[in-house]
Design a protein around this ligand. Structure first.
Ligand code: GDG
Length: 478
């Protein structure tokens, strides 16, 4: 059927996320084309969306008039317009300077601003209206993440026949923190508009139940929350990675050769420690650098034989919090190198760049120790990618207990990154681990990931969304 035909009949499966799963890139001739974005979400949903002829609603990444809906890789894409003001208010403001810090334990001060809230509401209404216009009767609609928390409630009023799911990729904070937010009731009503709300970690699920009781006098029995507008199931669905693809990369001879080359280029260090994060204040990059600097200063790690490679992928660069973080990180890196490096021999290789998946896999293969030290993180896919890449069960993962991933990767060297002495001990222990010890820890973690990959995550969520729990709203769809 032609594109217009699909749109008229409506879609049986719709995904909404802030971003469409494609990026605009210039080809060699300088012409624009769309390229699938690298994220795990896209990989997970792609086969399902294709098979079910689903549609994806999201922003295409540029302010101003959007391109017409188009088909890419067999998925129908519906761009949503964001003006410059929407980008300032809804995206950089309410989403990334209010909700993001608040939901990550307020490790940076959240900023509350009425204009941002208005913009957030307007954009959420726009996304919901787009979904309402495109969904077939009784369709499944899956809404993603903190940018779109009002969408389920708005969409429920527009289209009571739909089955609506929502997944939060970041933590949901405890009542005491969440209640700082002026939009608190509206967001809770928005989320409770869904039939199924999913979280990365049981803490998020529990916080949601408590917030529903505290703010809206809702009653929870098992996983089912009864509230004024109906019932909503809240449950934990830890996201994962595309394990098969990661293993294929790990076994690719070119990637393996590149891993060896990286070690040579770094001067064949005895110990290569790796950090890979978006440059974000939630990721604990400063704590990691401080620990590393002290270990060098104390001689517990030898500056001539140890290298830290820190990939800090540029992120949200127009937001003040992020500019300030970048300056602090760069000052710390240069202080460590200033004191401990030698001519032609850096201690910290700081890379404020992004890399393709093959280069990242080569870095994972090259690293003796992977340091994942967030102060709070919904899941942290980097930790999972590192484990999945180590197909010979070598390597050592240092993992913050505040990453959602710690609930599953329990054989890692688990740390509280605020406890600097313990963090240093963990890095040293991981760096000195014998091969048997590495294998004993890696093998069960890798086995866990093979059984819990991202395809299973998506299937679990969607199956659950299709199967009503409690007194569901499916009657409306019949
Ligand atoms: C949010 C939550 C949750 C890294 N460098 C490059 C690059 N990456 C890839 C990694 C990984 C992904 O980006 C980062 O995912 P994380 O989970 O580590 O972190 P967030 O971006 O904060 O993600 C998080 C996640 O959502 C999923 O629910 O786990 O807790 O905060 O896959 O490999 N990708 C490319 N270039 C790079 O340089 N293309």
């Amino acid at each position: 059927p032609g594109a217009a035909g699909i749109d008229r009949a409506g879609y049986d499966l719709i995904v909404l996320a802030n971003r469409l799963p494609v990026d605009r890139v210039a080809d060699s001739a300088g012409a624009d084309r769309w390229q699938r974005s690298p994220g795990g979400l896209v990989t997970a949903l792609h086969p399902i969306m294709r098979a079910q002829r689903g549609a994806w609603i999201g922003w295409h990444g540029q302010p101003g008039p959007p391109p017409d809906p188009f088909t890419h890789d067999g998925i129908r894409l519906h761009p949503v317009e964001l003006s410059e003001d929407d980008v300032d208010g809804y995206y950089e403001g309410q989403s990334n300077a209010t909700i993001w810090p608040l939901y990550h334990d307020a490790v940076e001060q959240p900023i509350f601003d009425r204009d941002w809230r208005r913009s957030y509401r307007e954009v959420n209404e726009r996304f919901a209206a787009a979904a309402a216009g495109l969904a077939a009767p009784g369709a499944l609609v899956w809404v993603h993440d903190y940018h779109l928390q009002l969408v389920p409630g708005i969409l429920r009023r527009l289209r009571p026949d739909l089955r609506i799911g929502f997944f939060l990729h970041i933590p949901l904070p405890p009542v005491e923190l969440f209640c700082q937010m002026p939009l608190r009731e509206e967001i809770m009503r928005g989320l409770l508009g869904a039939d199924l709300v999913g979280f990365q970690h049981p803490h998020g699920t529990r916080n949601f139940q408590r917030l529903a009781a505290h703010l809206l006098a809702a009653k929870t029995t098992g996983e089912v929350i009864e509230h004024a507008e109906g019932v909503t199931t809240a449950a934990t669905f830890p996201i994962s990675i595309d394990v098969a693809t990661q293993q294929r990369l790990a076994d690719d001879p070119q990637v393996r050769a590149r891993a060896a080359e990286i070690r040579r280029e770094l001067g064949d260090p005895q110990t290569l420690i790796l950090g890979v994060d978006r440059l974000d204040y939630t990721k604990g990059i400063e704590h990691r650098l401080t620990a590393f600097g002290e270990l060098l200063a104390e001689g517990r790690l030898d500056p001539a034989k140890t290298v830290l490679v820190q990939v800090a992928v540029p992120s949200r660069q127009r937001i003040d919090h992020y500019q300030a973080l970048r300056e602090r990180v760069e000052r710390t890196v240069s202080r460590i190198n200033g004191v401990h490096a030698g001519i032609g021999r850096l201690c910290v290789h700081y890379l404020h760049q992004s890399y393709d998946r093959a280069e990242l896999a080569a870095l994972y293969l090259a690293a003796d120790v992977m340091a994942v030290t967030p102060l709070r993180d919904g899941m942290n896919l980097v930790a999972k990618e590192y484990v999945a890449t180590r197909t010979d069960d070598t390597g050592a993962l240092v993992l913050s207990e505040f990453a959602g991933a710690a609930a599953e990767l329990s054989q890692a060297w688990t740390v509280n990154p605020h406890d600097l002495d313990r963090l240093k001990d963990a890095i040293v222990a991981a760096a000195h681990a014998e091969r048997e010890q590495q294998t004993a820890r890696m093998r069960p973690m890798r086995a866990h990931l093979r059984r819990h990959d991202v395809n299973r995550w998506a299937a679990d969520f969607l199956n659950r969304l299709e199967t009503p729990a409690g007194r569901g709203r499916v009657e409306a769809a019949a």
